[in-house]
Design a protein around this ligand. Sequence first.
Ligand SMILES: [Zn+2]
Ligand SMILES: [Zn+2]
Length: 823
Amino acid sequence: MPLDTAFSYRVPDGMEPAVGGRVLVPFRQQRMSGIVVDLHDRQPAVQTKNVVGVLDPAPVLDAQLMRLGKWISDYYLAPLGEVFRTMLPLSAEFKRTITYRITEHGQLALHLGGMSGSSARARRTPEDQLTEFRVLDYLANRVSGREQSLRSATRVSRAVLAGMVRKKWIVREDVSDAQDAARIVKIAVLVGANPPEEASTGDAPTPAEDVGRSASKKLNANQQILVETLAATGGRLAVETLQTLDVPRSTLSTLVKRGLIAIVEEPAEFHVSRVKARPSPFDFEFNAAQKQALQRIVEAVTARKFAGMLLHGVTGSGKTAVYLAGMRAVLEAGRSAILLVPEIGLTPAVAADLHQVFGEEVAILHSALSNQERAEQWHRIKRGDARMVVGTRSAVFAPVADLALIIVDEEQDSSYKQEETPRYHARDVAVMRAKMANAVVVLGSATPSLESYYNATKNKYALVELPDRVEQRPLPEVELIDMKQEFQETGQEQVISRKLAEEIRERLGRKEQVMILLNRRGYSPVALCRACGSRMECRNCAVAMTHHKKSSRMVCHYCGFEAPVPKKCGECGSEYVYFLGTGSEKLEELLHGMFPTARIGRLDRDTVRGKEDFERVLGALDAGELDLLVGTQMIAKGHDVHGVTLVGVVGADIALGLPDFRAAERTFQLLTQVAGRAGRGQTPGKVVLQTYFPDHYAVQYAANHDFAGFYEKELRFRSWMHYPPYSALANVLIRSDKLDEALEWSGTLGKWFEKTRHEGVRVLGPAAAPIVRLKRDYRYHFVLKSPSREKLNTVLRAMLTYAVGQKIPRTQVIVDVDALFLM
Ligand SMILES: [Zn+2]
Ligand SMILES: [Zn+2]
């Protein structure tokens, strides 16, 4: 719930909540869990309600993380409760995967007509029999079926399923039980288990009374059994044990929903002996620059004072080895370290490497973990079993003790920015956390963000450089192809220039490998009517639908909406619908046509569903099973394939046309990163960069591997335009699915900004957002800039207060401090 304030509750006698621990409290007819931020004796001005139950006897957020949470709430203007929820991966609901499998018995019943009533006791209606048949038929075609899908496909009731299990036609399997029960137990806590207070005089019933009342009035027989069992065992019992009672599982969840029972997760007693793997000796063969970088990290860590470092290393310079060696030094000193990696960087192979280096001391947190797995890792870290933490964005909140080092790999990567409330940037949170912990923060990158590089030049961070590739490998030569000239010379629009085609042919002939980047997925990005000129747009967004040929669909890449491929124009009915432009799917097809014998793979969000797919394709490339790999920016990110000697870039400058002040920076970074994939083995690499903007400085500097040159030019531009890092910037987005509302609200706020005139803060807008309609919402925005972050946040806070007063819902005014995208 988006609330900006903390609330006071009375702690009944006998209850001992802890600051940083969770409690259950009454809130607007419901019971909600909250984090205790303070315990005090001051008499509050308003009448308080009682805390209903204590969920954690000890803090789940220590003092440092509490402080960090408050800082985030303040800096990003995010409700503190939402911040805490983001920081804690302990979801209170319990989720498990129940699956069903058909047995041989069931197969027989299905095929030999065992369907007719064989048991005299169970008198089944013909309807039940039909349902049973549907269930068996459904399961017969599968290894197993999830309960949820099974039930929605066959509309079978739990009772009929239970009957079928008893007849041994099907087997019920509890997946989460099998895997995780040993590590985490879920405890059901009877809320209001404290002794009921006698006859209260006030209007508001005490919680205990409340429970008692609803218990006597509304509990059905099954619910009564659960509540009584819990009460009889002191109010706490493992969920697993409760489930052995002869009560449907839904009863427990109903009671949880009604707030009578809460589920908490606790580490199980360790009965599984876990042999500690010895950290395998990992040979880091360091060059001089790497040795120096490592030494500086270790010295800073030993000093036990805050220090920030920007590790700027060219692609292939061996940054990862430095990270791991730094972390190992921390581990040997008995302290903790966190390594943050971008979303795409955490593949199973990387995880395997980490296990090899750190053994059981490492916890790996990534987005593919289930809630249960995440909670399990969280508890391992909290207990101190894992002191090395590697993970994506939210791993910055890992509850390690004695934090010595935080490393942010590819610190410029946009996946560190959370694009929902709280809209924090994990890199900046990492810096703040290191400050609070007197720890060292290392930001690593081949293409540092302007902000970080600027901070380094202002001596906020020490600049540590790895200027050379390992083993003195040269950076690839880059050749620019002017596609406007190519068009003039060939008389037609080309996707692959003559030069690039020739270079590819040459590499294929030598059995070397090629990567081609086209940062746009799908077959064709635009469907256009030649008769009336209208383009096919998404129903929910003001963006063109992309044609996907293989799936034969039109897809919106912003909201996922799909539609059939149009045969006629939706506007005028003309049959002249043309598909324009090239996406990665079409590029792959083109290359197949040009090089029929080449083995071609493709890497984009259509071919990669999970991290395994990503790794499988890269693995195939590494093993020499592919000659050519086509892909979106996915192929540009930090992996190391030695056989690639040519990188072709096709339309990587699309972004230069976008109305976003970071477009040049992003293009420079993408081009540098993808060029860095070439020549990482023995043979030197080459890059052929096709562009319509050959003179653009982002393209020019990337081609010359000149980071410093780009940085200087871009900084000058940012300074003129008062953009970050010279100003703090916030994007304020007003959205509504009703156009009138969106316009009215942005008008109201626009007038307020005008009237209040805050000195030192520039307000641009209201203006239609570049994507004026997205996921059915109409969007208008303001961009606020100020050299003083304090002033900026003061204005934003006042604006939010005003918006609440004007009855503009808090969820429809999005404040994005340090916004990465203004689209
Ligand atoms: Zn038309
Ligand atoms: Zn859409």
